[in-house]
Design a protein around this ligand. Sequence first.
Ligand SMILES: Nc1ncnc2c1ncn2[C@@H]1O[C@H](COP(=O)(O)OP(=O)(O)OP(=O)(O)O)[C@@H](O)[C@H]1O
Ligand SMILES: [Mg+2]
Length: 254
Amino acid sequence: MKKETCILDIKKFNLHINEHHILKNLDLPFYRKKVTAIMGPSGCGKSTLVRSINRLNDAIPGVKMSGNMFLYKKNLLEMNPMLVRRKVGMVFQRPNPFPTMSIYENVLAGYTLNGLKLDKTEKESIVADSLEKAALWDEVKDNLHRKGTFLSGGQQQRLCIARALAMNPKILLLDEPTSALDPKSTARIEELIIELKSKVSIIMVTHNMGQAARISDYTAFLYLGELIEYDSTEVMFDSPKHSRTKDYLKRKFG
Ligand SMILES: Nc1ncnc2c1ncn2[C@@H]1O[C@H](COP(=O)(O)OP(=O)(O)OP(=O)(O)O)[C@@H](O)[C@H]1O
Ligand SMILES: [Mg+2]
């Protein structure tokens, strides 16, 4: 693998829920301003992994985590979760704009929920800039005070991306961001992800191999909580080394 700058270095990460060993001794570096796809069959731990990076699993009853996740030199697992979520944004499978908030308020929700005060000029500039980055500005600029839930599914997902980008995160986590969308909205989001990687490092869970091949630079393949193979997407797709990866790519299972 080429030498890249590592932005997030996961070291010997284990996650148990009660007696279930869900993520097993993961060693996984993520590279700066690259798109890394996480693939693997249903139940292998993809969502659990990205949720762990965003400290969303802390409250699960019976959860136990060990190992390290270094964002540069700082261990995310030892930071205040609210601070982690300012540095690491997350977008889920189903678009989830806050239903009571306008488009404008949705973009600023990370600030409001963190109790961070902004003046009107700062707010306006963050809203415009984030919606521009999420390729939604032209479609919503005349309706910023309408509810986010009036938008189409694809627009709502771009609003959720804008909401995450508004905090200026180092890393953007996307958990199957297009699986609830039609092909046209999916293509729009794929283009957007490619544009965004000049600004933010992206970790994306996907079941869609075509999508991983089109937009990711690196691919990690998980199976039953273990990292089976990790390489540049080109190498993974053209010449996977492990038989489980080969089978998965041939759609033998998953
Ligand atoms: N809150 C929880 N309590 C108990 N077990 C859980 C919990 N969340 C996830 N698991 C278990 O952890 C394993 C990994 O689940 P996870 O949702 O991370 O898989 P996934 O790879 O994202 O699957 P999919 O492709 O279907 O989204 C599964 O066996 C699941 O049953
Ligand atoms: Mg999942």
